[in-house]
Design a binder for this molecule. Sequence first.
Ligand SMILES: *Cc1c(COP(=O)(O)O)cnc(C)c1O
Ligand code: SF4
Length: 391
Amino acid sequence: MQDLRNQPINTPLAEEVVKYNYADKMEEWQYQMSNQVNTLEELKKYINITPGEEKAIEETTARWGTTPYFASLMDPNNSNCPVRKQVVPSIHEQNNLYGIENYLVYKENRSGDEERPDTIARQYRDRIAFTVVNKCGIYCRHCFRKELVVDKSLQLRFDVDEGLEWIREHTELREVLVTGGDPLLLSDEKIDYIICKLREIPHIEMIRFGSRLPIVLPHRITKGLQRVLGRYHKVPIWLNTQCNHANEITEKTAESVWALLTCGVNVGNQAVLLKGINDDKKSFKELHQKLLNIRIRPYYVFYLEPAPGIDHFRTPVEKGAELIRDTIRGHTSGLAQPMYVIATKIGKIPLMPDYYIVEKDEEKYTLQNYRGEITTIPNIHEDETADSPLH
Ligand SMILES: *Cc1c(COP(=O)(O)O)cnc(C)c1O
Ligand code: SF4
């Protein structure tokens, strides 16, 4: 109850949540999941819906909705609210200019030469994505896995044991990224099972979870889950979440991150660059500062992938690099700087700002800082270093 009072609550529903929870002994997160805000009627308790939003909801065949907690972070009177735009379907989802049909099959190399279980997506030699569920705490309108998660046009077989067996056979792997959907929506028992089984495989050196729940359902980080994640083990657990705007961060988020950190789980962020949500200087800088403020380390900012029906969120490719140049590097803590990447079917490709090297000749590099000031460093050639007294 205390937790929710710290939020901008737009609805009396939050109070009901607590009462029901108390009466029923259901965990808060389970209550939140079984009461997703995913009907027009429910949504109207949170926001004053516009005719355009109403039309989009009536016409969509895709999954949409989120937890009551995350819904309460929407601005009831502003349809441009950065939280609201990630939650509420838009009529623009019916347009498709740059999106690739069957995107996930294409992107995750699912139709390639290597035989793999449905749960395994592979782009690299030493690590794979292990897709264990197709449910989420929010059905993000910009989701690049939308064919699996939002539209449900792609059906995968979530056979965890089959996936584990494949991982066991592939001794070149050293890391498994457990993803979905949202893997933290599985029960504590199921998560415990996956972690234990992975840790039994001698070549697996680390486990990474991808979960939006610390942001959209921070209540999920319960004492029970802490027990599952928190035992000391030489195979560490890392977690990357997704937060796209500072308005998604509350006291409750900070507490859930602390709960993860105190049981030894490092928390990073993977944001998506979204037009009209975080592609302005103020939002971009604030997001990254606030993430650090609650102990989340910015890891990636993704250029929007070419999944179908999400073009209305698309920015020019250079945008992310420009925002890092203009608001992060030099302007604020270096720890706040994410790597800007485009995720492609041949892996993630960094697209960082390239203003630093103004000139390069045989003798020196001329470098520029964030203020446009110039300095030089010598241009060292490989063959010279070989003879240098330092080597
Ligand atoms: C993103 C991704 C990874 C992890 O890449 P990192 O650069 O290590 O974060 C691994 N496998 C697949 C299939 C991915 O999409
Ligand atoms: S939480 Fe992740 S997988 Fe789920 S809808 Fe959002 S972006 Fe897609």
